[in-house]
Design a protein around this ligand. Structure first.
Ligand code: TYM
Length: 339
């Protein structure tokens, strides 16, 4: 039986990049595959710690990881992840992720991590061990469940390749006719692998961009969405057309396409004689119709959190049981002591 696994950091600030790049895709995969696959979506609160603690500033940001975890769970539920079809769970509720991370960290050269571009972008002279070993924990997340398919945006592709390298290494060392070894996971590219910033079409839309006008948050009001799209960067060419030399307009077109389900060609035809302003107005309407209701549902779910806690409890228990079974087998195959 296939197992679809993906993860998302509880950042507290969910934006269109997370939604179109990941969550919308997860919902589609859930609807298509839940009968023949097990599905796990992990809220990676331990990964989020690497972003919260900026040793340079000697502070922990004020919002708590717990609150952000609950907000993320609400966002997943509000977006259509259904606990009857998928398991939503919290990384730190299953201690075996961190345990497997240790073992993977011991079976391959440390210098594998030095080539990780995300690390190279984020590191500073005071950055933490956690930031460095982040990709090993991600590999552990995936391999702990014997995942067969991992849907992620293109920014995570390198981490998935590393995960596959760890699986290969494990199997080279420990797989034989008596052992099962580790399942090799496949990358599933999301339909919209890279949603770009509204202010700069060469940068990805990100929660860490200092300008709130670079992104649409799921909880933005309709007025704010309208304002952000109105102020979104475009260029002096009035035509709505996909063009690699026009990254901002292309990004808006892709957002339109992803939310409406229409092809780029159809949209180009629809707007062939419209102004950029008309296109932007229609795009705002579309975002307001598709995304703002999710923001309202998130707020609704957060009013009375019972449903969120129940869903997580069920997901945590299922993930825990599966992970426990697998870690015991992995430890045995590695020749370790198992209670
Ligand atoms: P995270 O939390 O940064 O992002 C979650 C998912 O959203 C995608 N994404 C985007 N896609 C398109 N355009 C964007 N602007 C954009 N921003 C984010 C990401 O590619 C990702 O799929 N390390 C992972 C979380 C993780 C994980 C895992 C994923 C931890 N363990 C195991 C899969 C399997 C991360 O930080 O994603």
């Amino acid at each position: 039986r296939d197992l679809i696994f993906s993860g998302i950091q509880p950042t507290g600030k969910l934006h269109l990049g997370n939604y179109l790049g990941a969550i919308q895709n997860w919902v589609k995969l859930q609807e298509k595959y839940h009968e023949k696959s097990d599905i796990y979506f992990c809220i990676v609160d331990q990964h989020a710690l690497t972003d919260k603690f900026k040793i340079d500033h000697q502070i922990f940001f004020e919002d708590t990881t717990k609150d952000n975890t609950i907000i993320m769970a609400a966002a997943l539920l509000a977006s259509g992840i259904d606990p009857k079809k998928s398991n939503i769970f919290v990384q730190s509720a299953v201690p075996y992720h961190a345990e497997l991370q240790w073992m993977l960290g011991c079976i391959a050269p440390q210098n594998w991590l030095n080539t990780m571009t995300q690390y190279k972008d984020k590191k500073s002279k005071n950055s933490s061990l956690g930031l460095y070993s982040y990709p090993v924990l991600m590999a552990a997340d995936i391999l702990l469940y014997n995942a067969t398919h991992v849907p992620v945006g293109s920014d995570q592709k390198q981490h998935l390749e590393l995960t596959r390298d760890y699986a290969t290494r494990f199997n080279m060392l420990f797989k034989n006719d008596k052992t099962q070894g580790i399942q090799m996971p496949q990358y599933i590219e999301s339909e919209f692998p890279r949603v770009m910033s509204l202010k700069d079409g060469t940068k990805k839309m990100s929660k860490s961009d200092p300008s709130d006008f670079s992104r649409i948050n799921l909880t933005d009001t309709p007025e704010l969405v309208y304002d952000k799209i109105k102020k979104a960067k475009t260029d002096s060419i009035p035509i709505v057309k996909l063009d690699p030399n026009r990254p901002e307009v292309s990004n808006l077109l892709r957002i339109y396409s992803s939310l409406s389900g229409q092809s780029i060609k159809e949209i180009e035809t629809t707007f062939s004689s419209s102004s950029m302003k008309d296109f932007k107005d229609k795009l705002s309407e579309l975002i307001i119709a598709k995304v703002c209701p999710i923001g309202l549902r998130i707020e609704d779910l957060l009013q009375n959190q019972d449903y969120i806690y129940e869903s997580l409890k069920q997901g945590n228990e299922r993930a825990y049981d599966r992970a426990k079974e697998n870690i015991q087998r992995i430890k045995k195959e590695m020749g370790m002591y198992v209670m």
